[in-house]
Design a protein around this ligand. Structure first.
Ligand code: SOE
Length: 358
């Protein structure tokens, strides 16, 4: 029985709690955490049941086997680079970096190490089943793609945080934060690649409680074409009243459509000309890569933290030398940053922009 992985966490916010729960579920030992100050590190260590609050990332690196970076976007690149340069595997929150250059530097530095990004919606079992149906040819040729990710947590002027500030969060806010999930999921499920985009973006609220003259977008609308010949539309917004984490995708193939809603992950819609069906998350009815992610029987709903737990478990399996299917690695994080950059360039230029890196 190999010793439990010793895990360190950087960051003391909501995602640090999610990551630490997933690490514990994967059998790891939560050895330490570094937050915004030594006092905050101690406080969050106590709140999350982590052994020790460290004063610095350098001190933490000497005591752990893997590090989870859960800090504001602009810190991802320097912190993940420090972990990789210490020869340690790393899990880095998305967006991987605020620029393509930084994301590319991280991909290079990660060579030979396990380095993953939590595009965790890939780990809903019915997402894997959708991907398997398309890969098998059952859905036919992918013709059209419709996707949206709508939230409302940035609707009020008092909804203000580091993401609003381009210096801390990067040039893009909504698309980098949640559009990255959407477009990663679309490419993952279809196996296709976005070739070029046209887009428009809006900052509806130029002033908030702590920030004014805001340039980061509240919402973005995208038209896309894929290398496989499909076309599609995306809408991403964090100011849509009543929507919490309403990520939905609908892929229309020449034989059948497939619809998935992240807020209702226990059922997959399969649309056909001659009668549609709702596929339940029942391991006995699912493709093997979907069934392996079913941790409880059908009828006991799995959700977001289950998907997160599966992502971390597969990451740790990869640290141990395994090669789990569909693990989002730094190359996928770079891809999402490239796509985000293309969407923002297209919005600024008012023209189609080719997506690099195909
Ligand atoms: C906030 O928009 C957020 O926490 C994102 O940062 C996560 O990636 C997403 O899964 C849920 O919403």
């Amino acid at each position: 029985m190999s010793a439990a992985l010793r895990v360190g966490v950087v960051g003391g916010g909501f995602m640090a709690a999610v990551h630490s729960r997933a690490a514990r579920a994967a059998g790891a030992e939560l050895v330490g955490i570094v937050a915004s100050s030594p006092a905050r590190s101690q406080q969050v260590a106590g709140e999350l049941g982590i052994a020790r609050g460290f004063d610095s990332l350098d001190d933490l690196l000497d005591s752990v086997d893997v590090v989870h970076v859960c800090t504001p976007n602009a810190l991802h690149a320097p912190q993940a680079l420090a972990v990789l340069e210490a020869g340690l595997p790393v899990v880095c929150e998305k967006p991987l970096a605020t620029t393509v250059a930084d994301a590319d530097r991280l991909v290079q530095a990660a060579s030979g190490l396990t380095a993953t990004v939590p595009f965790v919606y890939r780990f809903h079992p019915l997402v894997r089943h959708a991907r398997a149906r398309i890969a098998s040819g059952e859905a036919g040729r992918v013709l059209t793609i419709r996707g949206s990710y709508l939230q409302d947590w940035m609707l009020e002027s008092t909804d203000d945080n580091w993401r609003v500030d381009a210096a801390a969060g990067g040039r893009s806010r909504a698309f980098a934060d949640i559009g990255s999930h959407l477009i990663d999921l679309i490419e993952f499920v279809t196996g296709d690649r976005v070739a070029r985009v046209a887009s428009t973006a809006r900052t509806f609220f130029g002033d908030r409680a702590q920030h004014s003259d805001i340039t980061t977008e509240d919402a973005a609308a995208v038209v896309l074409e894929t290398t496989g010949g499909a076309i599609g539309t995306l809408l991403v917004s964090q100011t849509a009243p009543g929507r919490k984490n309403a990520l939905t995708i609908e892929i229309a193939g020449s034989s059948e459509s497939i619809g998935f809603e992240q807020e209702h992950p226990e059922t997959l819609w399969v649309g056909r000309r001659a009668g549609s069906l709702a596929v339940p998350r029942d391991a006995d009815q699912l493709a093997p890569d979907a069934a392996r992610l079913c941790t409880v029987p059908a009828g006991h709903p799995q959700g977001y933290q289950d998907a997160f737990n599966a992502f971390v478990a597969d990451t740790y399996a990869a640290v141990g030398g395994a090669a789990p299917d569909g693990l989002p690695r730094f190359a996928d994080g770079l891809r999402a940053v490239q796509l985000t950059d293309a969407v923002m360039d297209a919005a600024e230029m008012g023209a189609w922009v080719d997506v690099p890196g195909l």
